[in-house]
Design a protein around this ligand. Structure first.
Ligand SMILES: Nc1ncnc2c1ncn2[C@@H]1O[C@H](COP(=O)(O)OP(=O)(O)OP(=O)(O)O)[C@@H](O)[C@H]1O
Length: 277
């Protein structure tokens, strides 16, 4: 990670409570531009809450800085131009056409009640092309499949053309080819200088990120690259050692392992096969 770059997004001593219960405990981190960071950890570790706090969607204690300026000091519209958000299970806008949904991503760029201009239309078309959702632009969001819907919502976040893109479970409902496309898209955004942050359960995808934020019980256990031994040790720790981490052609992969030895393994099967022969 370059030490000279000002973080695109940073927080210090960030704490947050939900319904009066402390969920995040004094997290400090800095995310530079041009990198993709994946937030991982077990269920309930606080990943989504961290992302929502960083986006300013829930009250928090401590400080958050977006592009070097306290998040709270940003005028709402200017902030919405710089920080794009893709949430989990978003349910609004079902009656709108897919294209109109994606056009919502352009609202921070437009004057009050101004119609979309050519730059807005171009951004929408580009974002929908990037997520291969242009073909169903006239269909209502509510009539799309889960994966189609997710791609439209991803296009809405892309259409903002923000410097920071936060995504909570962006791969939900996406089939493997579209997961691969998402990966390529994120790589391209990071190469173009965008700070991409995503909560991911798919560890094999997360292990392709530039950096992992590994969370446990509302705390940040580790912030490191997948290639670092300490990062992989922390992953093992938060998942109770129930991962098999292996490297294939330079890429780290994670296979979940069962708590007990599998009942049907190779040594069990072979004698049966020989018996039948
Ligand atoms: N609206 C809420 N009110 C009260 N507690 C909440 C609320 N939402 C989440 N929590 C609690 O906060 C903690 C962190 O939840 P969060 O959704 O951030 O975890 P997560 O790491 O994203 O989990 P998962 O992997 O299951 O999606 C959990 O203990 C959860 O039960």
């Amino acid at each position: 990670m370059s030490k000279n770059k000002q973080p695109a997004l940073a927080c210090q001593d960030l704490s947050a409570s939900l319904q009066g219960q402390p969920v995040l405990h004094r997290l400090t981190l800095a995310l530079p531009p041009g990198r993709w960071t994946a937030i991982v950890g077990p269920n309930g570790a606080g990943k989504s809450t961290l992302l929502r706090a960083l986006a300013g969607l829930i009250p928090s204690l401590g400080s958050i800085e977006l592009l070097g300026r306290p998040l709270a000091d940003w005028p709402r519209k200017a902030r919405a131009r710089e920080l794009a958000w893709l949430g989990q299970n978003e349910s609004s806008g079902d009656e709108l056409s897919a294209e109109d949904v994606v056009m919502l991503g352009r609202l921070p760029h437009r004057a009050w009640l101004a119609p979309p201009n050519s730059a807005d239309r171009a951004a929408v078309q580009q974002a929908m092309a990037q997520t291969q959702s242009w073909d169903w632009r006239q269909r209502p969001l509510g009539q799309l499949s889960g994966g189609e819907r997710q791609r439209v919502l991803l296009a809405r976040a892309l259409a903002v053309q923000a410097k920071v893109l936060l995504m909570d479970e962006p791969l939900a409902h996406l089939d493997p080819p579209h997961q691969a496309d998402w990966l390529q898209l994120v790589r391209g955004l990071a190469d173009a200088g965008v700070a991409v942050v995503s909560v991911l359960h798919e560890l094999n995808m997360a292990l392709q990120a530039d950096g992992l934020l590994i969370m446990q019980a509302g705390r940040l256990l580790c912030h490191g690259a997948p290639g670092e031994a300490e990062t992989r040790r922390s992953l093992q720790q938060v998942f109770d050692g129930r991962l098999h981490l292996l490297q294939v052609q330079g890429q780290w992969l994670a296979l979940p392992t069962t708590a007990e030895p599998p009942i049907c393994n190779v040594s069990n099967v072979l004698p049966l096969k020989q018996k039948n022969d």
